[in-house]
Design a protein around this ligand. Structure first.
Ligand SMILES: NC(=O)c1ccc[n+]([C@@H]2O[C@H](COP(=O)([O-])OP(=O)(O)OC[C@H]3O[C@@H](n4cnc5c(N)ncnc54)[C@H](O)[C@@H]3O)[C@@H](O)[C@H]2O)c1
Length: 426
């Protein structure tokens, strides 16, 4: 059966998209450049952090297949690029995989195809970077094929919002491009939001991602400030969030991890100046709020270690030689991914300061810090009662914090999840 849709890149963004489309009856083919990765998916082995195995089984039963053969890309009506754009050493997004995916597609692109980019990119990338790559073989975007940008808004582990009920923002190079992409996504999403163009849709991604980082940074700054003043910030937030307008609660924590890193505008190559040639220029002036947010958030692991040392000190103990139990080493509650999780830096600093570290995490069977395995506590309550200090870094649903607060000799709660007065909170 010729597929309707090709998803290029079957990771945390691409595979759920392929799943939603397959479930809606769209014929989907997945393109992965690595044949072994494609074979794994066809054998029912899910890449970590993407889908449940049962979901992939259902997709395969519904006709979905992965392939490393770019020839299939010439037989679809819609192609969505979900290639990774990791942060490079210079903290700029690395577009190498998007470029490789675009070249694979360009070689097989047919007239009337709708091409959508979903990867996180800076404003101007779809028109200034992707478009020239796709037009290499003579077809023109807006005339011969449709081209649009649509930010991925997946929130891994979110039980309430998924692709179907999260509004989908789309910005096409022309109004017809927007409509073609809207008609496609309308098959499995409830609400389409039309942006003026790809740059606006790309800037939506920049705004949403950085909004989160900036607000978490403000909450983190408030946490440090309130602790120094002897104010219970968690109580402050509880009260503030009763305001029915003009306030959205963000909470402090031990640091920010996960795949959606803050987009550092200092290193942003903009493709706006000469989009036809695909040339980049640098922004020249940074988004200072984002810079500051990164600085504040990146200081939190160190602050947690300082608070840990101070807490032990208050109880006549030193960090050197202390048994410290870390609870939850993933970047998000109830997920297994450790991507960018602050636990690693906290663990490193604790070990460097002479603490005897162990950890507990129902999702992480083995954990290494400084290239050494960290002992895993099997019995949570026993470990908490033996440790001089227990530090809650991630509030997994399975943790009974009331019980823990009773069992632990000292408990530092970086998530404000313990009942007031039961532990030292960040
Ligand atoms: N994970 C999220 O929650 C999330 C949320 C919003 C936006 N995004 C963005 O979506 C994009 C993809 O992220 P992800 O988390 O799915 O990444 P991922 O690393 O989970 O998956 C990317 C997949 O693309 C494949 N790939 C690599 N090179 C390719 C190529 N040339 N052609 C086709 N496929 C290729 C990889 O093998 C991998 O399977 C990124 O730009 C990311 O910033 C992710």
């Amino acid at each position: 059966m010729p597929a309707d849709l090709a998803v290029l890149g079957l990771g945390r963004t691409g595979l759920p998209l392929a799943q939603a489309a397959t479930a809606a009856g769209v014929g989907v083919i997945g393109y992965e450049p690595d044949p072994a990765a494609a074979a794994d998916i066809n054998a029912g082995r899910v890449p970590p952090g993407t889908l449940a195995a049962a979901d992939l089984r259902r997709m395969l039963a519904g006709g979905f297949r992965a392939t490393a053969d770019p020839a299939v890309l010439g037989r679809v009506r819609t192609a969505v690029i979900c290639a990774p754009t990791p942060l490079g050493e210079d903290r700029a997004l690395d577009l190498t995989a998007v470029s490789a995916a675009a070249r694979a597609l360009a070689g097989h692109l047919r007239p009337h195809t709708t091409v959508v980019l979903e990867s996180a990119v800076y404003p101007g990338t779809t028109e200034g970077f992707l478009r020239p790559l796709l037009e290499a073989d003579g077809l023109r975007a807006g005339r011969d094929f449709h081209l649009a940008y649509s930010p991925s808004r997946l929130d891994p582990g979110n039980r309430d919002f998924h692709l179907a009920n999260t509004p989908k923002v789309i910005g096409g190079c022309t109004p017809a491009c927007t409509e073609a992409a809207a008609a496609f996504y309308g098959r499995f999403t409830e609400r389409i939001v039309r942006a003026r163009g790809p740059r606006e849709a790309e800037a939506v991604n920049l705004l949403e991602t950085n909004y989160r980082h900036v607000n978490i940074a403000f909450a983190n700054e408030m946490a440090v400030f309130c602790h120094d003043l002897g104010v219970d910030l968690w109580d402050v937030i509880r009260c503030a969030e009763t305001k029915p307008f003009g306030f959205q609660a963000f909470r402090p924590g031990p640091g920010v991890g996960g795949p959606a890193a803050a987009l550092d505008p200092n290193a942003v190559p903009l493709f706006a100046a000469m989009p036809a040639q695909g040339q980049a220029r640098m922004l020249g002036h940074p988004l200072r709020m984002v810079e500051l947010a990164q600085e504040v958030n990146s200081r939190m692991p160190r602050y947690v270690v300082q608070r840990a040392a101070a807490l032990l000190n208050e109880h006549g103990k030193s960090l050197r030689g202390a048994r410290v139990l870390l609870l939850g080493v993933t970047y998000k509650a109830d997920l297994a991914s450790q991507e960018g999780a602050p636990a690693r830096e906290i663990g490193t600093r604790l070990i460097e300061l002479g603490a005897q570290l162990c950890y507990h995490d129902p999702y992480v069977p083995q954990w290494r810090v400084l290239d050494r395995p960290v002992p895993r506590a099997d019995s949570l309550w026993e470990a908490a009662s033996e440790a001089d200090l227990t530090v809650l870094l991630q509030h997994h649903r399975t943790y009974d914090l009331q019980g823990l607060a009773v069992k632990a000799q000292l408990l530092l709660d970086t998530r404000g999840a313990t009942p007031a007065g039961a532990a030292a909170r960040l």
